[in-house]
Design a protein around this ligand. Structure first.
Ligand SMILES: NC(=O)c1ccc[n+]([C@@H]2O[C@H](COP(=O)([O-])OP(=O)(O)OC[C@H]3O[C@@H](n4cnc5c(N)ncnc54)[C@H](OP(=O)(O)O)[C@@H]3O)[C@@H](O)[C@H]2O)c1
Length: 241
């Protein structure tokens, strides 16, 4: 298929729902073959049906060992989108150790290990994209752990970008504002929270999964060949104030 990513092999984590699902569709639409990782679910099976031969489902937990073994055994990837992540908003004083460990494991340790496994095999021209957040640039109430993990991923990306540049591997972040996905649906059930978000976004609306996916496609494409160590905010101006 023609497209800016024709012939490229992409690995996307958190593929089955939300942003990851839109990213898989956008990468396939630009000609890439996509391997999508998520835990086994009807949503992952459904995505495989939607995308057909351009997609392979990898039913792995990204915090485990099997996904690393699969990356080591597969042909090298040209594109890695480290997208799987979560949030458990809690006031700082009430943060439970279980939530702290879950988010450090899923949002930091897993993308680190997956990027390391993928980068070991990558060739010149490859691109790694970390899904961070506007919360990787600013702070916000009830989000200490989430902000910490996303700032960590931003720092990892810069250091990787510097170290891997001589190998021709680019490393960037996509940093969205709020998007309606299975992750955030519950947050928006609270009208006060929805009003806070609406007040904070100068553009006056949430981002869409397709807008976030378009940023991923751009950073993965040859058009971004000189861009590395960058974080592309898709935040409608949240962090500009
Ligand atoms: N939505 C937003 O407003 C927003 C804004 C900024 C940044 N982000 C970031 O964007 C990324 C995606 O968010 P989203 O809103 O699309 O989340 P989501 O709707 O909860 O989807 C998360 C995806 O990751 C998968 N996943 C979760 N835990 C996993 C695990 N242990 N192993 C493998 N896969 C796992 C989920 O599938 P299974 O649970 O079935 O495995 C699902 O496919 C996250 O890093 C998030 O922090 C989101």
């Amino acid at each position: 298929m023609a497209g800016v990513l024709a012939g490229k092999r992409a690995l996307v984590t958190g593929a089955s729902k939300g942003l990851g699902r839109a990213i898989c569709h956008a990468l396939v639409a630009e000609g890439a073959h996509v391997t999508g990782v998520a835990r086994p679910s009807p949503e992952l099976d459904g995505l495989a049906q939607e995308l057909g031969s351009a997609f392979e489902a990898w039913p792995h937990d990204v915090t485990g060992e099997t996904v690393l073994a699969a990356i080591a055994a597969a042909a090298p990837f040209d594109i890695l989108v480290n997208n799987a992540g979560t949030n458990r908003p809690q006031p700082f004083a009430d943060v439970e150790d279980e939530a702290l460990d879950l988010m450090l494991g899923l949002n930091v340790r897993a993308p680190f290990r997956i990027a390391r496994a993928a980068a070991r095999r990558m060739e010149r021209g490859a691109a790694i994209i970390h899904m961070t957040s506007q919360m990787g640039h600013v702070g916000s109430p009830n989000r200490t752990v989430y902000c910490m993990t996303k700032h960590a991923l931003e720092g990892l990306s810069k250091a990787m970008a510097v170290e891997l540049a001589p190998q021709g591997i680019r490393v960037n972040c996509v940093a969205p504002t709020f998007v309606k996905t299975p992750l955030t649906e519950g947050f928006f059930a609270d009208p006060a929270f929805r009003a806070f978000v609406d007040r904070m976004i100068p553009m006056g609306k949430l981002a869409t999964p397709e807008q976030v996916a378009a940023a991923v496609v751009y950073l993965a494409s040859p058009a971004a060949a000189m861009i590395t160590g960058h974080s592309l905010l898709i935040d409608g101006g949240w962090t500009a104030q």
